[in-house]
Design a protein around this ligand. Structure first.
Ligand code: SF4
Length: 481
């Protein structure tokens, strides 16, 4: 599987950032660097809002973080609080109006909201609110939260935000900013990550989707937010409160397999180590008689190291990735899809020629890209191709903020492992079992969402919602899918 720009893979949802640093006016710059660290979570649009105590200023556009912001824009931000967002569209198509942070007003106080996740009751909520006469400017579920906050009968914005939570269901890590404070909230299952750090050089705190945002800023990781917890940051410091009752913890297992960066820690564990353990266990569960082990870049590097360690088969690079290819390169037609794979991955013939190759990858979703990869390796001279996958077969769609595919497009929904192997043209194929995937993470199975593998959705998904990410956008189509 490829990341970010290929048409088969599951795609990250979004990255969110919140900064409150009373000792500096450079929060826009801090937010920019944090978003840059979270770019892997969404490449379609980016936005930053900065609060100066009176009002908020927002700049957001389609594009990568470095395309949306330049020095003039960053140095123009002045204030002590900031909210940032980088987006991959899991509901609503990729158009300018759907960029975040989304702006709202509560009784004259401006606020902004950045959301990672998906609401599973968005269709019914939108219908209810439209029936009450409410109008929407976007086709994303995140705007529903903004309009709900605006409509709450509450004494202040903090109370309105908390009151709104009882109306929404699903996966959400939210960062909400007013001109003088930032609130970070995690859904009662804790499906999507949200971390808290300290900014010692700036007398403040930072919230971010992943801990990898902190080190370049000199920020110290304090802790992950608890499911159902709200942390409020303002000039008086930090307040934490359980605002929704904790449900069964259900952090997304795919964050460990693929989405999060390897230098991030989740549930107190380094993801690089988790992925290396996945490789170790994969080698035990599915050994192969081969000459070299290669990763599909980039996510599978640590797992390939782990597989090589355990199997004592030499680790080598077999594919070189062009990191600069954008999603727009990839077209839905089969011929262009093939070209897309060849533009993105180049085989290292001198390492592959005449060799029996174990290829370690993180997942197979539709199978279309893996098919091209196997062909690529054979064309480059590999005499055997043994696919080893560090997760179980994906049989069920995700409704919690990861864009995978509809169920009928999932290859493991339609075929058993042997049929998938034959379809992909591999000499052998082995998926890491669910029990070993969880074992590599090192936490209780019941503390993870693994619904795309076993179909057990921790937060019930209403039948009408089991459609596409464009549930709120009937006129749109899924480009490139
Ligand atoms: S269904 Fe899969 S991708 Fe979605 S939250 Fe659960 S484990 Fe993650």
């Amino acid at each position: 599987m490829l990341d970010a720009c290929d048409t088969e893979s599951p795609r990250e949802a979004c990255g969110v950032v919140g900064v409150c640093a009373p000792a500096t006016t450079e929060v826009g710059r801090i937010c920019f660097y944090a978003l840059f660290q979270l770019q892997h979570r969404g490449q379609e649009s980016a936005g930053i809002s900065v609060g100066d105590g009176v009002t908020t200023t927002t700049h957001k556009r389609l594009g990568l973080v470095t395309q949306v912001f330049d020095e003039k824009i960053i140095s123009g931000f002045r204030g002590h609080v900031a909210v940032g967002h980088t987006r991959y569209s899991t509901t609503g198509s990729n158009v300018e109006c759907n960029t975040q942070p989304i702006q709202g007003h509560f009784r004259g106080t401006p606020f902004v909201l950045a959301h990672n996740g998906n609401l599973v009751n968005s269709m019914e909520l939108r219908a209810e609110l439209e029936a009450e006469g409410m109008r929407f400017g976007t086709t994303v579920d995140s705007e529903l939260i903004v309009r709900l906050i605006e409509s709450m009968d509450a004494p202040n914005i903090e109370a309105a935000v908390k009151a709104c939570l009882s109306h929404i269901r699903g996966a959400y890590s939210l960062v909400i900013g007013t001109p003088s404070q930032v609130m970070g909230i995690r859904d009662p299952w804790g499906v999507r990550p949200l971390c808290l750090g300290e900014l010692p050089g700036h007398g403040g705190h930072i919230l971010a989707s992943e801990t990898c945002a902190f080190p370049p800023l000199g920020a110290h990781f304090l802790r992950e937010l608890e499911p159902g917890e709200c942390v409020t940051l303002d000039e008086s410091g930090l307040r934490a409160e359980q605002v929704e009752p904790l449900q069964a913890r259900a952090m997304c297992l795919f964050e460990f397999v693929y989405f999060a960066r390897p230098d991030t820690t989740m549930y107190g564990t380094s993801l690089w180590q988790v992925r290396r353990r996945m490789g170790n266990l994969l080698a035990r569960e599915h050994p192969a008689d081969a000459d070299i082990v290669i990763p599909v870049p980039d996510t599978a590097y640590p797992a390939a190291v782990g597989y090589a360690e355990e199997s004592r088969i030499p680790y080598m690079e077999g594919l070189v990735k062009n990191r600069y290819i954008q999603r727009t390169f990839i077209q839905p037609e089969q011929s262009m899809r093939e070209l897309g794979v060849r533009l993105k991955l180049a085989p290292l013939r001198e390492n592959l020629l005449g060799r029996r190759v174990v290829v370690v990858d993180d997942s197979i979703v539709r199978g279309t890209t893996t098919l091209q990869q196997v062909k690529l390796l054979r064309d480059a001279g590999a005499v055997e191709v043994h696919l080893r996958i560090t997760s179980p077969p994906v049989k069920f769609p995700c409704y919690y903020g990861i864009d995978m595919a509809v169920q009928s497009d999932l290859i493991a929904h339609r075929m058993n492992v042997e049929k998938i192997r034959a379809h992909l043209g591999a000499d052998s194929l082995g998926f890491l079992s669910l029990s070993n995937t969880v074992r590599a993470v090192g936490v209780n199975k019941e503390h993870l969402c693994r619904a795309c593998f076993d179909g057990r959705y921790p937060c019930e998904v209403p039948e009408p919602f089991r459609v596409t990410k464009l549930a709120l956008d009937p006129s749109a189509t899924l480009a490139g899918e």
